[in-house]
Design a protein around this ligand. Sequence first.
Ligand code: NAD
Length: 370
Amino acid sequence: MSSNKKLLILPGDGIGPEVMREVRRVVDWMDRRRHVSFDIEEGLVGGAALDAEGTPCSDETVARAKAADAVLFGSVGGPKWDSMPFDKRPELGVLRLRKDLGLFANLRPAVVLDALVDASSLKADLVRGLDVMIVRESTGGIYFGEPRGIHKDANGKRTGIDTEVYTEDEIARVARIAFDLARKRRNKVTSVEKANVMQSGRLWRAVVGEIGKAEFPDVELEHMYADNCAMQLCSRPKQFDVILGSNLFGDVLSDLAAALTGSLGMLPSATLGAVDSSGRRHALYEPVHGSAPDIAGKGIANPCAQILSFAMLLRWSFGMEEDARLVETAVEKVLGGGLRTADIMQAGMARVGTGVMGEALVRELDKLAA
Ligand code: NAD
C-alpha cells in the first residue's frame, strides 16, 4: 500500500457536491484496485460555509488546506447568496484560498476529445486532436495592481483606473512552470504579451526570454502579441503547445481556448503555488464551470470536469502519471461509447445522468486495469 496522500475536498455549492460524489467513486476505485490510499478530509466553502460558519472560507479551512498535499475544489455561489454584501460573497472562498496558499499559476488544458470534436465552435478539422495548455499568472497584474479605483474630479467627472504591475520575480516563477510543463509535453512555449504598447509587456518578454535561455535552452520559445494569439487560436489552434500569459491575457485566452473545446462540463483546471521548504507545492484543482444553479439538484450535471480535475491532481501533486492517464482514458472511452450528459448530448447518443456517468467511468476503469 502506498503512503497516505493528504487530500482536502471542498465540494461547495450547487452541482459541486453532486459531481464530487462521482470523484469519490473514482477515489474508492483507486483505493481498491490500485492500492493507493488517500487520507481525505472534507470541508465547507462558499455559500455552504457562509450558512454554517458565517464566512465563505474560515481560518480553519485555510489551515486545513495548507496542511493538505492538495485541495480538490467543487464550485461556489448561487441565487441564495446573490444579495450578500460584497465581502460576504461565496466566490470569495476560492479567492481567499488562492491568495493564502500563494497559488500563482493557473493551468487550464484545452483538449478536444475525438468523441466531442463536433461540439467545438470551429470546424472539426481545425480542432481534431487539439491539446493546448494555457498557463495564466493568477496573483498579480492588473487585477491587483495599485492604484486602482474610480475617482471623481472637481467637476464630478469619473475616471476608472487599473494598473498592470509585474515584478521580474513574479514573471520568472510562472515562466518556469510553463517551461517545465512544456518539457513534459511537446516542448514549446508561446509567451504572450503586448510588448509593443505596454512597459510591463516589455519586461514580460525580456524575463521570459532570459529564463528560457538560461534554464530551458532545450524548450522552443516564441513570443507573440496577445491579440495575434487570440486570432491564431481561432484560425490555427494546433500550432500551440503551452501558452503563457499574464493574469489578464491568460484569463481572456483561456476562455477563448475553452470555447474551442465546446463544453464547460468537460474542462478541468489546476492552480499551483511555489514549492515550500519541505519540498511540497500547494495546489488547488477545480473544474472551470461554476455551481450551475439552473441544473443543481436534478442529477444531470456532467461530472467529467471534476473527475478530470482529480486526474490533474494525481499528475501534478502526486506524480501519478499512469493513474492520471487511466482516468483520462476512461473518460474518453465512455464518451466514445456513446454516453452523454445533457450538456454534451448529440444525436444518436444515450443521454444519462450524473450518477450513471460516474458508474460507467468506474466500469471503464475496471476494464482498462484488467
Ligand atoms: P456556470 O458555469 O455555473 O454555468 C453556466 C452554464 O453551464 C449553465 O447553463 C450550467 O447549467 C452549465 N453547466 C456548468 N457546468 C456544468 C456541468 N458540469 N454539467 C452540465 N452543465 C453545466 O456559470 P454561471 O451560471 O455564470 O454561474 C453560476 C454560479 O457559479 C454563480 O454564482 C457564479 O458566481 C459561480 N461560479 C463559481 C465559480 C467557481 O466556483 N470557481 C466559477 C464560475 C462561476
